[in-house]
Design a binder for this molecule. Sequence first.
Ligand code: AP5
Ligand code: MG
Length: 210
Amino acid sequence: MKLIFLGAPGAGKGTQAQNVCKLLSVPAISTGSIIRDAMKSGTEAGLAAKEYVEAGNLVPDEMVIKMLQDRIALPDCKNGYILDGFPRNLPQAQALDRMGIIIDMVVDIEVPDDIILERLVGRRICEQCGAGYHITHKPSAKGDKCELCGGPLITREDDTPQVVRDRLKVYHDQTEPLKDHYHAAGKLAVVAGTGDIGDITKMVMAVLGA
Ligand code: AP5
Ligand code: MG
């Protein structure tokens, strides 16, 4: 099964992808995580991406398309995957088409802008494995360490109030039009992204018919 999780920054794409990928036994692929790993390792692509990410802008299409192509070529993707944060604009959606990739369904997770800020300012991620937490909505059972790998929990550099506002603007201007694109293709399913995290996972599984 090949899925796209669409939604504003902080809508819960990563949180739901972590849950659903276990239930469907396919990998969750976050272009944001791939870019952050590249920034951390100091690769050429990572250094080039840094200024865009820190300003809340999209990284240039050719760079992120290459990263995605390399990732989905790995053997664990042979039975499908969940794309979290890709495509982010129409040219990226068209790149998927050109690669001959048939997407089964696009799950659009809807959360109002006023809830996003509180979510992102309270988010923590594992510096080691990238797992996501929230200081009140999803605290780690191991305090300031990751439940999965024991790595330290940190705040993402783009989770400051100003950068969150800039990311929301980019989302509304460039990513939200993809809803019409996938609706016209008969592939869009909309899920309300507010409420209990486990209940939302059940709703996502229900729209997938899984
Ligand atoms: P990316 O990492 O994709 O960030 P994003 O889209 O801004 O989304 P987030 O990861 O911030 O939010 P999320 O929806 O995953 O929410 P989460 O589950 O963490 O991209 C970062 C940057 O990389 C971009 O700005 C861009 O520069 C670049 N980039 C990435 N992909 C690109 C592309 N394709 N093209 C170009 N550039 C690209 O949840 C948020 C918080 O809320 C967490 O703390 C979570 O615990 C909590 N939470 C989740 N669900 C709930 C709930 N139901 N109730 C309460 N709290 C909840
Ligand atoms: Mg995410």
